[in-house]
Design a protein around this ligand. Sequence first.
Ligand SMILES: *Cc1c(COP(=O)(O)O)cnc(C)c1O
Ligand SMILES: [Zn+2]
Length: 411
Amino acid sequence: MYVTNLKCLDCFEEIEFDYVYKCPKCNGALDVGYDYNKLSQNGDCFSMISQVKSGLSHFINLLPCRHPDNLITIGESGTHLLLMENMALSENPLNVYLKNESSNPTGSFKDRPLSISVSLAKELGFDSVIIASTGNAGASAAAYAAKGGLRCLVLVPKSTPMAKILQAIAYGAQIICVDGTFSDCYQLAEQISNIQRIANVTTTYINPFNLEGDKTIAFEIFTQLGCIVPDYLIVPIGAGPLLSAMHKGFNEIRILGFSNKNPALIGVQAEGCAPIVEAFTMGRIEAKAWENPKTVASAIADPLKGYERDATYTLRSIKESKGCAISVNDEEILSAHSDLAKFEGLFQEPTSAASLAALRKLSTKGLFDRNETVVLLLTGHGLKDPGIVSASHEELKIIKPDINQLKKILS
Ligand SMILES: *Cc1c(COP(=O)(O)O)cnc(C)c1O
Ligand SMILES: [Zn+2]
């Protein structure tokens, strides 16, 4: 175990490792600290970097769980990095890779963070977890709680795609639909976890352990590119812990001596809910909560109401990495959504396709050089929001089981 403590992202106060959510001094978000010196002296991270395996225990030396046996795992991680082959861009770059996180057990990258935060909750003696979610994290929490024998409560906004809700129900969680936004769910989860002994595993910055699971994506990308850091990494963002965790992961690779640079991180939001992009564009490091989120990219429709401070952490990671934040509209998202399936064989939910929409927009603006390497995070599977397809496709043809009718259609 190389975990040392928890550190406040704002005032740098160091506090003892425990299942806590906020800095006792300033309410800032907490970050898990490690003894990197000891880790690099022992050489305990080499195997982690030299191969890609499924199951987060592969990364145990850079995770906060005390023992690999305490990790609840159902085969998350070890996802493919695929070359984008069949879609030309109007301008460079030539090397575009797709990190397909939709092949995790519940169909989204959220399995990585929830594997860690639910495992730690169990390790530290909780028997229930609660989560506010736009659907994917709720399904993941439900699956890991099921495997670990914990009770799971999921709060989702009423507008959540039904397939995600059904998934969480199938895993045995108790689902509560809230007539409000994700932010309303967030506040309810926080209030309950303050008064009852129930671990809040919500995947904003409120739970510092989730980011530790997220960052393993960075380790895998590095390994899969042949121990090379990509020039750009494009990430769909809600509050943005996934993006900050990519930054942490690539920082750790550098601190441990395996690389000497970080990728520029590009955060993508939908035009209908873009508080972080708005702040970035205006050169601010503080965001305003978004009123009335409205987008097909439901997994990143996070208005940040009541925890606007989260945006600042994300903006900090973007700035430090010399990246940017960009928004794309629903039309651009849906066209990327359709093309990923038709040209690359990857059926994604709309949010996931936002990365490709952003790549296209930025390539038109000439951001990339020809030889640069860009990785897109594909964050969630198309079957999680299948209803979106019917809207954009022709009606189903129904025929009698008759060869002549079939011939007629094919001619
Ligand atoms: C949660 C989620 C994101 C965004 O992650 P954050 O860490 O909340 O910014 C992106 N895509 C999908 C499919 C998600 O479920
Ligand atoms: Zn603090």
